[in-house]
Design a protein around this ligand. Structure first.
Ligand code: PRT
Ligand code: MG
Length: 218
């Protein structure tokens, strides 16, 4: 049995064509069903529906053999015990710094100054501002980061951006692009040894689908 951990929403939706390339068809719709273990057309493959931030944890501890997770989530979690064979190039976005329109970010990041930053991405934000030599006081939030600069909770946020629509709707502007984000395939290292052939087959099928999509785009 191969157990694959996925989160509902954009990662699940964008993973479906990859699963199909590996001849895996999920039989339930996680948006409609309350089931957390989804059957597939293959008796030897099942899908666990977990919170996006829990995917690396399930795979690390062997609750799932493999999973699909955003690079953002992976960098925050750390990659202990996780083999990362593939950039699946799905759920693409970027992680950026944003501030309120009119906020003087340039002055706030001059050497020796301080900046209050609200984010769910403490590790990524800490490393980014440390590398710039900016003293950032980080405030941990779990969602709706966009509110922080509007309410005076923070000067800036570090958050994911895809179209930029959410920032615009909240009168925020992107002032730094920290890194590009996409989803990664992660595999439990012990499972990779014990179930090498079926896991390799899935990795190869996903890889083929990713390559074909790149050729179509090019
Ligand atoms: O939503 P929930 O709290 O259950 O969990 P989650 O937010 O961790 O999961 P989910 O499914 O929302 O995101 C899973 C992964 O998708 C993330 O870890 C990213 O790797 C990836 N991804 C890609 C995104 C986005 N694009 C994205 N745009 N995740 C979130 N967003 C949010 C962003 O946080 C912001 O609020 O969308 C908003 C910005 O979108 P635009 O288009 O308005 O710029
Ligand atoms: Mg979300």
């Amino acid at each position: 049995m191969i157990t694959l951990a996925l989160s509902k929403g954009r990662i699940f939706d964008e993973a479906l064509p990859l699963l199909q390339a590996a001849d895996i068809v999920v039989l339930d719709d996680p948006e409609k069903s309350r089931k957390l273990i989804l059957d597939t057309n293959r008796p030897d493959v099942r899908v666990l529906v977990v919170r996006a931030t829990d995917v690396p944890t399930y795979v690390q501890y062997g609750g799932a053999d493999m999973g699909i997770t955003g690079l953002d989530t992976l960098l925050e979690h750390g990659s202990d015990g996780l083999y990362q064979p593939l950039d699946l190039q799905i759920a693409q976005c970027r992680i950026s710094v944003a501030v309120r329109e009119g906020f003087d970010y340039a002055s706030s990041v001059r050497q020796g100054s301080r900046l209050t930053v609200a984010t769910k991405y403490m590790a990524i934000a800490r490393e980014f501002f440390a590398a710039k030599g900016v003293h950032a006081d980080l405030v941990k939030l779990y969602g709706s980061m966009e509110l922080a600069p509007l309410t005076g909770l923070a000067d800036a946020i570090v958050d994911l951006v895809s179209t930029g629509g959410t920032l615009r709707a909240n009168h925020l502007v992107e002032v730094e692009h920290i890194m590009d984000i996409s989803s990664r395939l992660v595999v439990n290292q012990a499972a990779l040894k014990l179930k090498q052939a079926p896991i390799r087959r899935i990795i190869d099928a996903f890889n083929g689908a990713v390559q074909r999509r790149m050729e179509v785009k090019a």
